[in-house]
Design a protein. Structure first.
Length: 409
Protein backbone atom coordinates (compact mmCIF):
# COMPACT_ATOMS: atom_id res chain seq x y z
CA UNK A 1 0.00 0.00 0.00
CA UNK A 2 2.80 2.35 1.01
CA UNK A 3 4.57 1.57 -2.24
CA UNK A 4 1.55 2.60 -4.35
CA UNK A 5 1.09 5.74 -2.24
CA UNK A 6 4.73 6.74 -2.87
CA UNK A 7 4.32 6.09 -6.58
CA UNK A 8 1.36 8.48 -6.61
CA UNK A 9 2.86 11.19 -4.41
CA UNK A 10 6.45 11.18 -5.72
CA UNK A 11 5.72 13.02 -9.02
CA UNK A 12 3.89 15.75 -7.08
CA UNK A 13 6.84 16.20 -4.72
CA UNK A 14 9.33 16.25 -7.62
CA UNK A 15 7.18 18.79 -9.51
CA UNK A 16 6.83 21.01 -6.44
CA UNK A 17 10.59 20.96 -5.92
CA UNK A 18 11.23 21.78 -9.57
CA UNK A 19 8.79 24.71 -9.44
CA UNK A 20 10.40 25.96 -6.22
CA UNK A 21 13.88 25.72 -7.71
CA UNK A 22 12.75 27.44 -10.89
CA UNK A 23 11.21 30.35 -8.95
CA UNK A 24 14.19 30.56 -6.61
CA UNK A 25 16.60 30.71 -9.54
CA UNK A 26 14.51 33.49 -11.06
CA UNK A 27 14.61 35.38 -7.76
CA UNK A 28 18.39 35.11 -7.65
CA UNK A 29 18.68 36.20 -11.29
CA UNK A 30 16.46 39.21 -10.58
CA UNK A 31 18.60 40.31 -7.65
CA UNK A 32 21.76 39.78 -9.66
CA UNK A 33 20.39 41.97 -12.47
CA UNK A 34 20.09 44.80 -9.90
CA UNK A 35 23.61 44.02 -8.56
CA UNK A 36 22.01 43.01 -5.23
CA UNK A 37 23.29 40.19 -3.01
CA UNK A 38 21.11 37.08 -2.62
CA UNK A 39 20.94 37.81 1.13
CA UNK A 40 18.47 40.60 0.31
CA UNK A 41 15.81 37.90 -0.07
CA UNK A 42 15.80 37.82 3.75
CA UNK A 43 15.40 41.58 4.25
CA UNK A 44 12.51 41.75 6.76
CA UNK A 45 10.97 45.01 5.51
CA UNK A 46 11.09 43.88 1.88
CA UNK A 47 9.53 40.55 2.85
CA UNK A 48 6.78 42.34 4.73
CA UNK A 49 6.01 44.27 1.52
CA UNK A 50 6.09 41.02 -0.41
CA UNK A 51 3.61 39.35 1.93
CA UNK A 52 1.25 42.35 1.90
CA UNK A 53 1.33 42.65 -1.88
CA UNK A 54 0.83 38.90 -2.28
CA UNK A 55 -2.30 38.90 -0.10
CA UNK A 56 -5.45 38.13 -2.06
CA UNK A 57 -6.84 41.68 -2.18
CA UNK A 58 -3.47 43.27 -3.03
CA UNK A 59 -2.74 40.40 -5.40
CA UNK A 60 -5.83 41.33 -7.43
CA UNK A 61 -4.85 44.99 -7.34
CA UNK A 62 -1.36 44.15 -8.60
CA UNK A 63 -2.51 41.99 -11.50
CA UNK A 64 -5.33 44.37 -12.40
CA UNK A 65 -2.69 47.07 -12.94
CA UNK A 66 -0.66 44.62 -15.06
CA UNK A 67 -3.75 43.72 -17.06
CA UNK A 68 -4.77 47.32 -17.78
CA UNK A 69 -1.25 48.09 -19.01
CA UNK A 70 -0.95 44.96 -21.15
CA UNK A 71 -0.64 46.88 -24.44
CA UNK A 72 2.50 48.78 -23.51
CA UNK A 73 4.23 46.49 -20.99
CA UNK A 74 5.80 44.39 -23.80
CA UNK A 75 7.06 47.61 -25.41
CA UNK A 76 8.59 48.79 -22.13
CA UNK A 77 10.42 45.47 -21.74
CA UNK A 78 11.67 45.63 -25.31
CA UNK A 79 12.96 49.20 -24.92
CA UNK A 80 14.71 48.37 -21.64
CA UNK A 81 16.40 45.36 -23.22
CA UNK A 82 17.41 47.34 -26.31
CA UNK A 83 18.82 50.06 -24.01
CA UNK A 84 20.73 47.47 -21.94
CA UNK A 85 18.72 48.26 -18.82
CA UNK A 86 17.54 45.27 -16.71
CA UNK A 87 13.91 44.32 -17.44
CA UNK A 88 13.23 44.43 -13.70
CA UNK A 89 13.12 48.22 -14.01
CA UNK A 90 9.66 47.71 -15.48
CA UNK A 91 8.58 47.58 -11.84
CA UNK A 92 10.15 50.96 -11.15
CA UNK A 93 7.43 52.32 -13.45
CA UNK A 94 4.86 50.35 -11.48
CA UNK A 95 6.21 51.75 -8.20
CA UNK A 96 6.11 55.27 -9.65
CA UNK A 97 2.71 55.34 -11.34
CA UNK A 98 1.05 51.93 -11.04
CA UNK A 99 1.40 51.84 -14.84
CA UNK A 100 -0.98 54.78 -15.25
CA UNK A 101 -0.09 57.00 -18.22
CA UNK A 102 -2.23 59.82 -16.81
CA UNK A 103 -0.65 59.70 -13.33
CA UNK A 104 0.14 63.17 -11.96
CA UNK A 105 1.66 64.07 -8.59
CA UNK A 106 1.40 67.12 -6.34
CA UNK A 107 5.02 67.86 -7.25
CA UNK A 108 4.01 68.12 -10.95
CA UNK A 109 5.55 64.79 -11.95
CA UNK A 110 3.61 63.03 -14.71
CA UNK A 111 3.30 59.85 -16.71
CA UNK A 112 4.45 56.25 -16.31
CA UNK A 113 7.91 57.27 -15.13
CA UNK A 114 6.79 60.36 -13.17
CA UNK A 115 9.14 62.81 -14.84
CA UNK A 116 9.35 66.34 -13.49
CA UNK A 117 9.06 69.02 -16.25
CA UNK A 118 12.75 70.01 -16.13
CA UNK A 119 14.05 66.43 -16.22
CA UNK A 120 11.61 65.53 -19.00
CA UNK A 121 12.80 68.37 -21.24
CA UNK A 122 16.42 67.52 -20.49
CA UNK A 123 15.82 64.04 -21.90
CA UNK A 124 14.04 65.23 -25.03
CA UNK A 125 10.39 65.03 -24.00
CA UNK A 126 8.25 67.85 -25.38
CA UNK A 127 5.82 69.66 -23.07
CA UNK A 128 3.76 72.46 -24.60
CA UNK A 129 0.20 73.59 -25.25
CA UNK A 130 -0.50 70.57 -27.46
CA UNK A 131 1.43 67.62 -26.06
CA UNK A 132 2.95 66.31 -22.85
CA UNK A 133 5.29 63.52 -23.89
CA UNK A 134 5.82 62.44 -20.29
CA UNK A 135 2.53 60.61 -20.96
CA UNK A 136 3.84 59.04 -24.15
CA UNK A 137 4.47 55.40 -23.08
CA UNK A 138 7.20 54.85 -25.68
CA UNK A 139 9.10 58.15 -25.73
CA UNK A 140 9.00 58.44 -21.93
CA UNK A 141 10.39 54.90 -21.59
CA UNK A 142 13.28 55.69 -23.91
CA UNK A 143 13.94 58.83 -21.82
CA UNK A 144 13.78 56.84 -18.56
CA UNK A 145 16.14 54.19 -19.95
CA UNK A 146 18.64 56.89 -20.97
CA UNK A 147 18.39 58.51 -17.55
CA UNK A 148 18.85 55.20 -15.73
CA UNK A 149 21.87 54.29 -17.87
CA UNK A 150 23.47 57.62 -17.02
CA UNK A 151 22.82 57.05 -13.31
CA UNK A 152 24.30 53.56 -13.62
CA UNK A 153 27.34 55.01 -15.36
CA UNK A 154 27.74 57.49 -12.53
CA UNK A 155 27.25 55.11 -9.57
CA UNK A 156 28.26 51.76 -11.07
CA UNK A 157 25.42 49.62 -9.69
CA UNK A 158 21.83 49.25 -10.82
CA UNK A 159 20.32 49.40 -7.33
CA UNK A 160 22.08 52.74 -6.86
CA UNK A 161 20.62 53.97 -10.16
CA UNK A 162 17.14 53.07 -8.88
CA UNK A 163 17.70 54.86 -5.56
CA UNK A 164 19.11 57.94 -7.33
CA UNK A 165 16.05 57.97 -9.60
CA UNK A 166 14.00 58.47 -6.47
CA UNK A 167 16.04 60.82 -4.29
CA UNK A 168 18.40 62.40 -6.84
CA UNK A 169 22.05 61.77 -7.66
CA UNK A 170 23.34 64.55 -5.41
CA UNK A 171 21.45 63.28 -2.37
CA UNK A 172 22.66 59.73 -2.95
CA UNK A 173 26.25 60.87 -3.45
CA UNK A 174 26.21 62.71 -0.12
CA UNK A 175 24.75 59.61 1.57
CA UNK A 176 27.50 57.37 0.16
CA UNK A 177 30.20 59.79 1.31
CA UNK A 178 28.65 59.98 4.77
CA UNK A 179 28.29 56.19 5.06
CA UNK A 180 31.72 55.55 3.58
CA UNK A 181 30.15 52.77 1.52
CA UNK A 182 27.73 52.20 -1.35
CA UNK A 183 26.74 48.76 -0.03
CA UNK A 184 22.96 48.38 -0.07
CA UNK A 185 22.76 46.95 3.46
CA UNK A 186 24.67 49.96 4.79
CA UNK A 187 22.58 52.53 2.89
CA UNK A 188 19.35 50.88 4.10
CA UNK A 189 20.39 51.05 7.77
CA UNK A 190 17.22 52.02 9.62
CA UNK A 191 19.14 53.63 12.49
CA UNK A 192 21.72 55.64 10.53
CA UNK A 193 19.16 56.80 7.93
CA UNK A 194 21.76 57.64 5.28
CA UNK A 195 19.05 58.00 2.66
CA UNK A 196 15.42 59.13 3.18
CA UNK A 197 12.89 56.56 4.34
CA UNK A 198 11.00 56.90 1.07
CA UNK A 199 14.14 55.93 -0.85
CA UNK A 200 14.96 53.06 1.54
CA UNK A 201 11.52 51.61 0.93
CA UNK A 202 11.58 52.51 -2.76
CA UNK A 203 14.21 49.96 -3.76
CA UNK A 204 12.51 47.37 -1.53
CA UNK A 205 9.17 48.05 -3.22
CA UNK A 206 10.62 47.65 -6.71
CA UNK A 207 12.18 44.29 -5.82
CA UNK A 208 9.03 43.08 -4.04
CA UNK A 209 6.87 43.96 -7.06
CA UNK A 210 9.37 42.32 -9.43
CA UNK A 211 9.41 39.13 -7.35
CA UNK A 212 5.61 38.94 -7.54
CA UNK A 213 5.57 39.68 -11.26
CA UNK A 214 8.14 36.94 -11.94
CA UNK A 215 6.45 34.31 -9.78
CA UNK A 216 5.02 31.86 -12.32
CA UNK A 217 3.59 29.66 -9.59
CA UNK A 218 1.51 32.59 -8.33
CA UNK A 219 0.30 33.39 -11.84
CA UNK A 220 -0.62 29.76 -12.50
CA UNK A 221 -2.61 29.58 -9.27
CA UNK A 222 -4.86 32.57 -10.01
CA UNK A 223 -7.18 33.89 -12.69
CA UNK A 224 -4.38 35.92 -14.32
CA UNK A 225 -2.54 32.93 -15.82
CA UNK A 226 -3.03 34.39 -19.31
CA UNK A 227 -0.60 37.21 -18.46
CA UNK A 228 2.24 34.69 -18.79
CA UNK A 229 1.70 34.55 -22.54
CA UNK A 230 1.26 38.27 -23.04
CA UNK A 231 4.72 39.51 -22.21
CA UNK A 232 6.22 38.64 -25.60
CA UNK A 233 3.28 39.61 -27.80
CA UNK A 234 3.42 42.54 -30.20
CA UNK A 235 1.26 45.26 -28.72
CA UNK A 236 1.59 48.89 -29.82
CA UNK A 237 2.42 50.30 -33.22
CA UNK A 238 3.44 53.89 -33.88
CA UNK A 239 1.91 55.46 -36.99
CA UNK A 240 2.63 58.93 -38.37
CA UNK A 241 -0.18 61.40 -38.94
CA UNK A 242 -0.17 64.82 -40.55
CA UNK A 243 -0.60 67.95 -38.42
CA UNK A 244 -4.12 68.58 -37.24
CA UNK A 245 -5.32 65.01 -37.79
CA UNK A 246 -8.14 63.99 -35.47
CA UNK A 247 -8.07 60.87 -33.33
CA UNK A 248 -11.78 60.55 -33.91
CA UNK A 249 -11.28 60.22 -37.66
CA UNK A 250 -8.54 57.62 -37.19
CA UNK A 251 -10.73 55.67 -34.75
CA UNK A 252 -13.55 55.62 -37.30
CA UNK A 253 -11.30 54.50 -40.15
CA UNK A 254 -9.74 51.58 -38.25
CA UNK A 255 -12.97 50.68 -36.40
CA UNK A 256 -11.46 51.07 -32.95
CA UNK A 257 -13.23 52.71 -29.96
CA UNK A 258 -12.24 56.38 -29.62
CA UNK A 259 -12.01 56.11 -25.81
CA UNK A 260 -9.48 53.29 -26.13
CA UNK A 261 -7.46 55.17 -28.74
CA UNK A 262 -7.36 58.23 -26.47
CA UNK A 263 -6.09 56.07 -23.58
CA UNK A 264 -3.12 55.01 -25.71
CA UNK A 265 -2.40 58.61 -26.65
CA UNK A 266 -2.65 60.58 -23.41
CA UNK A 267 0.34 62.62 -24.56
CA UNK A 268 -2.01 64.52 -26.86
CA UNK A 269 -3.72 67.25 -24.83
CA UNK A 270 -6.47 67.56 -27.42
CA UNK A 271 -8.13 65.25 -29.89
CA UNK A 272 -5.69 66.13 -32.68
CA UNK A 273 -2.01 66.08 -33.55
CA UNK A 274 -0.03 69.31 -32.98
CA UNK A 275 -0.16 71.93 -35.76
CA UNK A 276 3.56 72.72 -35.78
CA UNK A 277 4.79 69.33 -37.01
CA UNK A 278 4.35 67.91 -40.53
CA UNK A 279 4.19 64.43 -39.00
CA UNK A 280 3.50 63.25 -35.49
CA UNK A 281 3.30 59.72 -34.10
CA UNK A 282 0.30 58.27 -32.36
CA UNK A 283 -0.16 54.68 -31.16
CA UNK A 284 -2.63 52.08 -32.29
CA UNK A 285 -2.87 48.39 -31.30
CA UNK A 286 -0.58 46.25 -33.43
CA UNK A 287 -3.62 44.25 -34.53
CA UNK A 288 -5.05 47.37 -36.18
CA UNK A 289 -1.95 48.13 -38.27
CA UNK A 290 -3.29 46.31 -41.34
CA UNK A 291 -6.56 48.27 -41.17
CA UNK A 292 -4.63 51.52 -40.86
CA UNK A 293 -2.46 50.77 -43.90
CA UNK A 294 -5.48 49.81 -45.98
CA UNK A 295 -7.96 52.49 -44.91
CA UNK A 296 -6.10 55.57 -43.73
CA UNK A 297 -5.66 58.44 -46.17
CA UNK A 298 -4.75 62.07 -45.67
CA UNK A 299 -7.96 63.95 -46.22
CA UNK A 300 -7.93 67.23 -48.11
CA UNK A 301 -10.52 68.31 -45.54
CA UNK A 302 -8.16 67.86 -42.60
CA UNK A 303 -7.84 71.02 -40.56
CA UNK A 304 -4.82 72.36 -38.75
CA UNK A 305 -5.72 73.25 -35.19
CA UNK A 306 -4.40 75.98 -32.96
CA UNK A 307 -5.19 76.97 -29.40
CA UNK A 308 -6.23 80.56 -28.73
CA UNK A 309 -6.13 81.79 -25.13
CA UNK A 310 -8.63 84.60 -24.56
CA UNK A 311 -7.12 87.93 -23.44
CA UNK A 312 -8.53 91.37 -22.64
CA UNK A 313 -10.51 92.84 -25.54
CA UNK A 314 -11.04 89.51 -27.33
CA UNK A 315 -14.40 88.64 -28.81
CA UNK A 316 -15.47 85.94 -31.25
CA UNK A 317 -15.67 88.33 -34.18
CA UNK A 318 -12.11 89.58 -33.62
CA UNK A 319 -10.76 86.03 -33.11
CA UNK A 320 -12.53 84.86 -36.27
CA UNK A 321 -10.98 87.65 -38.33
CA UNK A 322 -7.55 86.99 -36.81
CA UNK A 323 -7.56 83.36 -37.98
CA UNK A 324 -9.67 83.84 -41.10
CA UNK A 325 -12.54 81.73 -39.81
CA UNK A 326 -16.26 82.54 -39.48
CA UNK A 327 -16.97 83.13 -35.78
CA UNK A 328 -19.95 80.74 -35.93
CA UNK A 329 -17.56 77.95 -36.89
CA UNK A 330 -15.51 78.70 -33.76
CA UNK A 331 -18.72 78.58 -31.71
CA UNK A 332 -19.75 75.27 -33.25
CA UNK A 333 -16.32 73.71 -32.90
CA UNK A 334 -16.03 74.66 -29.20
CA UNK A 335 -19.72 73.92 -28.49
CA UNK A 336 -20.32 77.45 -27.19
CA UNK A 337 -23.94 78.20 -26.34
CA UNK A 338 -23.41 81.95 -26.59
CA UNK A 339 -20.72 84.47 -27.53
CA UNK A 340 -19.56 85.24 -23.98
CA UNK A 341 -15.87 84.51 -23.35
CA UNK A 342 -13.78 84.34 -20.17
CA UNK A 343 -10.23 85.53 -19.66
CA UNK A 344 -7.70 82.72 -20.20
CA UNK A 345 -10.40 80.54 -21.76
CA UNK A 346 -8.91 78.16 -24.33
CA UNK A 347 -10.51 77.91 -27.75
CA UNK A 348 -9.65 75.31 -30.36
CA UNK A 349 -9.33 77.05 -33.72
CA UNK A 350 -9.57 74.90 -36.88
CA UNK A 351 -7.35 76.82 -39.28
CA UNK A 352 -5.88 75.86 -42.64
CA UNK A 353 -8.92 74.44 -44.39
CA UNK A 354 -10.82 77.72 -44.03
CA UNK A 355 -10.26 80.84 -46.06
CA UNK A 356 -11.80 84.08 -44.93
CA UNK A 357 -14.68 85.17 -47.13
CA UNK A 358 -16.72 88.35 -46.97
CA UNK A 359 -19.75 86.14 -46.57
CA UNK A 360 -19.98 82.51 -45.54
CA UNK A 361 -21.15 80.29 -48.36
CA UNK A 362 -24.57 79.12 -47.20
CA UNK A 363 -24.29 76.01 -49.40
CA UNK A 364 -21.40 74.79 -47.28
CA UNK A 365 -23.66 74.26 -44.25
CA UNK A 366 -26.99 72.72 -43.46
CA UNK A 367 -29.16 73.75 -40.50
CA UNK A 368 -30.80 70.60 -39.16
CA UNK A 369 -34.60 70.85 -39.14
CA UNK A 370 -37.28 68.61 -37.74
CA UNK A 371 -37.55 65.45 -39.82
CA UNK A 372 -33.97 65.67 -41.14
CA UNK A 373 -31.71 62.64 -41.09
CA UNK A 374 -28.21 62.03 -42.39
CA UNK A 375 -29.73 59.98 -45.19
CA UNK A 376 -32.08 62.77 -46.33
CA UNK A 377 -29.31 65.40 -46.09
CA UNK A 378 -26.96 63.11 -48.02
CA UNK A 379 -29.47 62.76 -50.86
CA UNK A 380 -30.28 66.49 -50.91
CA UNK A 381 -26.65 67.55 -51.30
CA UNK A 382 -25.44 64.45 -53.17
CA UNK A 383 -22.75 63.89 -50.56
CA UNK A 384 -22.16 60.53 -48.87
CA UNK A 385 -23.21 59.98 -45.25
CA UNK A 386 -19.64 58.84 -44.59
CA UNK A 387 -18.19 62.20 -45.70
CA UNK A 388 -20.72 64.21 -43.69
CA UNK A 389 -19.83 62.22 -40.57
CA UNK A 390 -16.10 62.64 -41.18
CA UNK A 391 -16.22 66.39 -41.81
CA UNK A 392 -18.43 66.96 -38.74
CA UNK A 393 -16.60 64.41 -36.59
CA UNK A 394 -19.80 62.52 -35.83
CA UNK A 395 -19.39 59.22 -34.04
CA UNK A 396 -23.00 58.16 -34.72
CA UNK A 397 -25.87 58.99 -37.09
CA UNK A 398 -27.78 60.96 -34.46
CA UNK A 399 -28.20 64.66 -35.26
CA UNK A 400 -29.95 67.37 -33.25
CA UNK A 401 -32.44 69.93 -34.50
CA UNK A 402 -30.71 73.31 -34.80
CA UNK A 403 -27.24 71.85 -35.33
CA UNK A 404 -25.16 73.26 -38.18
CA UNK A 405 -23.67 70.52 -40.31
CA UNK A 406 -20.78 71.26 -42.63
CA UNK A 407 -21.47 69.79 -46.06
CA UNK A 408 -18.50 71.00 -48.11
CA UNK A 409 -15.06 72.32 -47.21
Amino acid sequence: MLRYFLILILPIIVYANLVYLSNHNKELALLESFDISSSFLYDPIMNDMLVKNSAMDRNRYFFKAMNEAYLFIPEIKSILTHSEVPQGFLYLAMAESNFSIKAYSKKRAAGLWQFMPGTAKRYGLKIDEYVDERRDPIKSTYAAATYLKQLHGRFGKWYLAAIAYNCGGGRLNRAINKAGSDDLAVLLDEDKKYIPKESRNYIRKIIALALIGNNEQLLLSCEYEYLLNRSNANSLQAVSLPSGESLQRVAQLIAFPLDDLQKLNRHLKYDFTPPYSDKYDIYIPYGKLSDFKQKYFKSSNTNTYKIHIVTNGDNLSYIGKKYGIPYKVIMDFNKLKNSKLKLKQKLIIPVGAYKMKEKVDAKAYHLVKKGDSLESISKAYKVSIYNIKLINQLSSSLIKIGARLKIYE
